[in-house]
Design a protein around this ligand. Structure first.
Ligand code: MG
Length: 189
């Protein structure tokens, strides 16, 4: 495993253990087809996924509008003033994302898509070996991501979801609800 040395300093909300889990699934998925993640932010999860994918010359599509989720905006719990863009009044994580991927030498593996995930899904035809959902955490955003992308995963592929908390005291419900929805459908186990 050749994870880049600056990985610990990359802004993000992914634990190292979770990153290793993504890395391992990405490594086995990379032999079967490209990987797509929803919610790149500053590229932390992207680096775990793409470091594995690069071993097999597999591409990682990384979808994010880069203007942040609700909780990243001014006055919210996860706002980061360093990412604030005065022109739009929102955050802009794209420059930081590109900087981190460049440093990690992964621009030959990651294909950034700067757009809304629902819009990207509309014309998407490429079968995916793995989809990682970590976009908006509202009920609407989480269900849109699940419904729009679930059928683009190949048989035997991986659907990974971040921030799944079975206990409501530990965190918000939408990622857990789409996890439960996936298990209720016959195509997922
Ligand atoms: Mg997350």
């Amino acid at each position: 495993m050749k994870l880049p040395s600056h990985l610990n300093s990359v802004k993000g909300f992914l634990d190292h253990d979770e990153g290793i889990c993504l890395y391992n699934h990405a490594l086995s998925s990379s032999k079967k087809g490209p990987i797509l993640e929803i919610g790149s932010y500053c590229g932390k999860s992207t680096i775990y996924l793409a470091t594995a994918a690069k071993e097999y010359n597999c591409s990682v599509y990384s979808v994010d509008h880069h203007t942040g989720s609700e909780e990243n905006q001014v006055g919210w719990e996860y706002h980061d003033i360093e990412l604030f863009d005065e022109e739009t009044g929102k955050i802009n994580s794209f420059p930081e994302f590109m900087r981190n991927l460049r440093k990690a030498n992964l621009l030959d593996t990651v294909i950034p898509i700067v757009s809304d995930s629902s819009l990207v899904s509309r014309d998407w035809k490429i079968p995916l070996s793995m989809v990682f959902i970590d976009g908006g955490h509202t009920m609407e955003a989480a269900f849109n991501d699940f419904n729009n992308w679930k059928d683009k995963i190949i048989k035997g592929g991986i659907l990974a979801i971040h921030d799944v908390f079975p206990n409501p005291d530990d965190g918000g419900r939408p990622p857990f609800e789409i996890y439960r929805k996936a298990l209720s459908e016959k195509n997922f186990k």
